[in-house]
Design a protein around this ligand. Structure first.
Ligand SMILES: [Zn+2]
Length: 237
């Protein structure tokens, strides 16, 4: 039975350890709240400490919720900003247009009568545009890594940015297309190296370091801004 602390109607699992000298708090991917504590800290102390952290906890939970709604949280009104490869573009709602969604390099224009289905149109736009763009980008990295791929697929991978399949195929999450290119490059090179070294062994990081010398900074940036996501099946953070 694990120890549970309830503060402000939120449940925290308390994990005590003799190695722990200070208190810590984490929100995991599923939104579970965990307090890491030394053995001897009293419940009252824990309670007071967690109370001071509530604002942070609520902010974190909110961000997760926003993420899980993804593009659905957008109101789809003119002027709203849409991210593509780290740049923000404006949305324009138009009356007439031959396709539901179009991007001209400056504006996204969405046909008014397709507003309700907008998340679906955006996802397929990212998927179509993304498959082409990612294909080119992977070709750029292949010779640098000395590793080649057979097929690139862009689809919904949930909480994963990318994964590698059998026979040299790579999969990428369409959400990746919203990030700056330097972070996309990290995910691409990470997955490329997985085609040679399946697990996160010292050899894996050594090969990645040869392909992308500043991989560490990019990895940290990615996890700072997108803590809810992982990169691989094995969920390295
Ligand atoms: Zn990995």
């Amino acid at each position: 039975m694990s120890e549970v602390l309830v503060v402000d109607k939120l449940e925290f699992e308390v994990r005590r350890s003799s190695r722990r000298k200070t208190l810590g708090l984490t929100v995991d991917r599923a939104g579970e709240l965990v307090v890491h504590s030394p053995i001897t800290t009293s419940e009252a102390e824990l309670h007071n400490w967690v109370k001071q952290k509530l604002l942070w906890v609520h902010r974190k939970l909110l961000r997760k919720e926003e993420y899980s709604q993804g593009i659905n949280r957008l109101e789809m009104v003119s002027g709203e900003s849409i991210a593509y490869l780290g740049q923000n573009y404006r949305l324009k709602i138009v009356k007439k247009q031959s396709v539901p969604l179009r991007f001209d390099g400056q504006w996204f224009s969405l046909r008014e009568r397709d507003r309700r289905e907008a998340p679906k149109h955006f996802q397929s736009w990212y998927q179509d545009t993304g498959t082409e763009w990612l294909n080119e980008r992977v070709r750029f990295w292949e010779p640098k890594a000395g590793i080649s791929t057979s097929k690139i697929t862009v689809n919904d991978l949930g909480f994963r940015w990318g994964s590698c399949g059998k026979n040299g195929s790579l999969y990428f999450n369409w959400r990746l297309l919203q990030l700056p290119v330097r972070l996309v490059d990290y995910v691409i090179t990470h997955e490329l190296v997985h085609l040679r070294e399946h697990n996160h062994t010292p050899e894996f990081w050594r090969v990645l370091g040869r392909v992308l010398p500043d991989w560490k900074e990019r990895k940290e940036e990615l996890s700072r801004k997108h803590a809810e996501m992982v990169w691989c099946m094995d969920g390295d953070k």
